[in-house]
Design a binder for this molecule. Structure first.
Ligand SMILES: Nc1ncnc2c1ncn2[C@@H]1O[C@H](COP(=O)(O)OP(=O)(O)OP(=O)(O)O)[C@@H](O)[C@H]1O
Ligand SMILES: [Mg+2]
Length: 308
């Protein structure tokens, strides 16, 4: 999706929906870029569900133009259908790593591959498999002049999917995240938790085989965050996708993930690669169990050892 095309789309979309823009609505180019960042990754959604995409990262290095080395010598395999949490001190390179996996950024050294589970074939980014990746940011980045249904349907609209099909898919995704009653509401009529649900639905609407999430629930209150974690875990179990989830919370990582990696401070290296020893069936009540306390402690201690 070229920038020119996006701009044209933005103009026509705004014109069509002008009556819905509230006086306070403000939409900067930055919002625009972030809100629609997933678009270059989107192509036709698969109508039959395939398995999650695996990821293989080999010796990745990312140094920025100002000399900052965010990542160096990162090797990581993420299996098809796995739920991986990434923990690490602030500024260590977690978002950088996620952006590389998404193909939004390029490493200076090493390789990032997405893997077809069925036959183990590796596809380098740019050769096709990126179509099945979706990315969820910390902020919801909804378009203020579109209601929930139209926001969630947007990725399919930009793929040229006909209205009836895209609205049916969007409604399904909205139901999946528990927003069924709010499909016709506008972003300024939603709570922070509801906005994040809408953002998650917009990612799920394309049935991604790899869902990348960068601290998506960090700004929410604890109860709302736990509810969304419960829902995300259930969706992951039901939807046959790989999830890579960046968080600062050891509790969130232990609840959600099968496996967690802990990164060192910059330049980030993987200093802990831990398979969580918790049952596959997880409901909210597991958080008060001794086993859960033990697992979060393991992650916390690994973080603490490497925090500078
Ligand atoms: N485009 C850029 N140019 C220069 N430095 C950058 C750029 N993007 C990120 N950095 C630096 O790279 C390092 C890693 O950034 P990154 O955003 O990946 O950290 P993070 O682990 O996600 O942090 P946080 O937990 O605070 O979100 C930081 O020191 C950051 O300042
Ligand atoms: Mg970050």
């Amino acid at each position: 999706m070229s920038e020119r095309l996006l701009k044209r789309f933005d103009r026509t979309d705004r014109a069509r929906n002008e009556q819905h823009v509230t006086p306070k609505a403000h939409f900067s180019m930055k919002d625009h870029a972030l809100g629609l960042t997933m678009l270059p990754m989107l192509q036709k959604p698969s109508h039959h569900r395939e398995s999650g995409l695996g990821v293989r990262i080999e010796g990745v290095r990312r140094q920025f133009e100002n000399g900052v080395v965010a990542l160096d010598g990162i090797d990581l395999n993420v299996a098809s259908g796995e739920f991986l949490a990434i923990l690490g001190p602030s500024g260590c390179g977690k978002s950088t790593l996620l952006r590389l996996i998404a193909g939004l950024d390029k490493p200076q050294g090493g390789n990032v591959f997405t893997m077809e589970a069925s036959h183990g074939r590796a596809d380098r980014h740019g050769l096709g498999t990126r179509a099945d990746i979706a990315y969820v940011f910390q902020d919801a980045h909804l378009l203020p002049w579109r209601n929930v249904l139209a926001n969630v349907a947007l990725p399919l609209e930009l793929m040229g999917i006909e209205r009836k099909v895209r609205e049916e898919s969007a409604l399904r995704a909205i139901e999946q995240v528990g927003l069924g009653d709010a499909a016709d509401r506008y972003p300024n009529q939603l709570s922070g938790g509801m906005r994040m649900r809408a953002s998650l639905a917009r990612a799920l609407v394309t049935e991604p085989r790899l869902l990348l999430m960068d601290e998506p629930f960090a700004a929410l209150d604890e109860i709302t965050r736990q509810r969304l974690d419960d829902q995300l875990r259930a969706l992951w179990a039901a939807l046959n996708m790989t999830v890579i989830f960046v968080t600062h919370s050891t509790i969130e990582a232990a609840f959600l993930a099968q496996r967690a990696i802990v990164l060192s401070s910059r330049p980030a290296r993987i200093v802990e690669d831990y398979t969580l020893n918790l049952p596959a069936e997880r409901t909210g009540s597991i958080r008060s169990s001794p086993a859960f306390a033990r697992e979060t402690r393991v992650l916390y201690q690994a973080l603490e050892r490497n925090e500078v």
